[in-house]
Design a binder for this molecule. Structure first.
Ligand SMILES: [Mg+2]
Length: 406
């Protein structure tokens, strides 16, 4: 714990997922899954790894914001940081000048998350967490080790996938034991009806279907559009409208309740203050936390506790680059230490880019299996970082050459 931070470096790492329309939705039609990837070095050789997720262009802005925060971390000992973690969080989010860029939202918030994720990783690697839990905690822990945490898949039905691909992926997923599926909707109603019908026919009446519009509609449009899709029995509509429109979500939630469809926040709900108001306004039936949008673990823990207080299940967002690796820790904490319930709870899973991580997530029979290695699981393979670093990595040089030839 006496380790002192001697440097904090950040790199712009991007993957060309847009080439095959992975990750495409009604608003983000060509995402290149990317990360501002942070490495903290200490004077005793121990390192911490963290990241925040982006979808391509603009990652360089997040990288600059991380650089701007680095001075607040370098020179501190881990002991100094974790003995007053709240104070450290406030130091990062309330710097007298940089606060103007937020507070606790936008680029500076993403940058804060990348830094804090790396600090948590460093802390977890430095500590030996001793299980001194009583029987109650031990029971959920044993259950997780044996069965894992239930997951749902978004990999089958990105908006840009043709029907044939959707069918094939759905067949494969069913064979792999998946029972919960999410479909991207919101660009064209007739397309949505066709795709939802197709997937519902494939998965049958008893498996779970969810839909996600990624903020595409205004409030009235969301209500009428989702009502048209109600025959396919979606459990929730995610991000039906602007992520800042709390009363809009409340109106949608009220209108859809008789149809048995809940409302979920998505991965772009800004921060803990917004979550508080969403919950107070009864605007949500499902809370989605995000390991990189919120200011990292600190803020996510606050949201888990608030959701518990309001009796709303947490079903975290994941996917992207490294989000499944990060979020598995948060759901295990939620189950073992907060909710002890799996009722209406599941965590998103997307089957991309895990091969770039040193300790990739382990999925068994559509469940997240608890990670066994110390840390926050987002250390990337150095070879992957170098190859995909933007714009100088080999992957991007090759892409650039191809474009110039064309
Ligand atoms: Mg979403």
């Amino acid at each position: 714990m006496l380790q002192r931070v001697i440097s904090l470096t950040v790199r712009d790492v991007r993957f060309q997922t847009s080439l095959e329309q992975h990750g495409s939705d009604a608003m983000h039609t060509d995402p290149d899954y990317s990360a501002a990837y942070v490495v903290i070095d200490t004077d005793c050789g121990l390192k911490g790894f963290g990241l925040t997720f982006t979808v391509g262009k603009g990652t360089e802005i997040v990288v600059r914001a991380v650089d701007a925060l680095a001075g607040l971390v370098v020179g501190k000992s881990l002991q100094e940081i974790v003995s007053d973690f709240r104070g450290f969080y406030r130091l990062l989010t309330s710097d007298g000048q940089m606060r103007w860029l937020g507070p606790e939202k936008g680029v500076i918030h993403l940058a804060t998350a990348a830094v804090l994720n790396a600090v948590w990783d460093l802390w977890a690697r430095a500590e030996v967490f001793i299980t001194c839990a009583d029987c109650f905690f031990r029971l959920p822990e044993d259950q997780m080790l044996k069965e894992g945490y239930p997951a749902y898949t978004t990999s089958c039905a990105w908006l840009g996938y043709p029907d044939q691909q959707l069918k094939q992926l759905c067949t494969d997923a069913l064979e792999g034991g998946w029972t919960k599926f999410k479909v991207k909707v919101g660009a064209d109603l007739e397309d949505d009806i066709r795709r939802c019908r197709l997937i519902r026919q494939m998965i049958g009446p008893n498996n779970t279907l969810m839909i996600d519009a990624n903020q595409r509609w205004d409030v009235d449009e969301a209500i009428s559009w989702v009502s048209r899709l109600s025959e396919f029995k979606p459990l929730w509509i995610e991000e039906p409208t602007s992520p800042d429109d709390i009363l809009g979500h409340a109106a949608i939630s009220k209108a859809l309740a008789p149809l048995g469809i809940g409302v979920a926040t998505g991965e772009q709900c800004a921060n803990r203050v917004m979550f508080k108001q969403f919950l107070q306004a009864s605007a949500l039936q499902f809370v989605q936390i995000d390991s990189c949008r919120l200011g990292s673990v600190n803020e996510n823990l606050a949201v888990l506790l608030m959701a518990h207080k309001f009796k709303v299940p947490v079903c975290p967002h994941a996917g992207g680059v490294g989000l499944c690796e990060l979020v598995q820790h948060l759901i295990l904490f939620d189950y073992i230490c907060v909710s002890a319930s799996l009722s209406d709870r599941m965590c998103e899973y997307v089957d991309h880019l895990h091969e770039h991580f040193v300790n990739p997530v382990v999925i068994q029979d559509a469940h997240y299996m608890p990670p066994k290695d110390p840390g926050y699981s987002c250390e990337m393979l150095e070879s992957s970082v170098q190859r995909h670093q933007y714009p100088e990595g080999e992957a991007w040089k090759a892409a650039h050459e191809q474009m110039t030839k064309a």
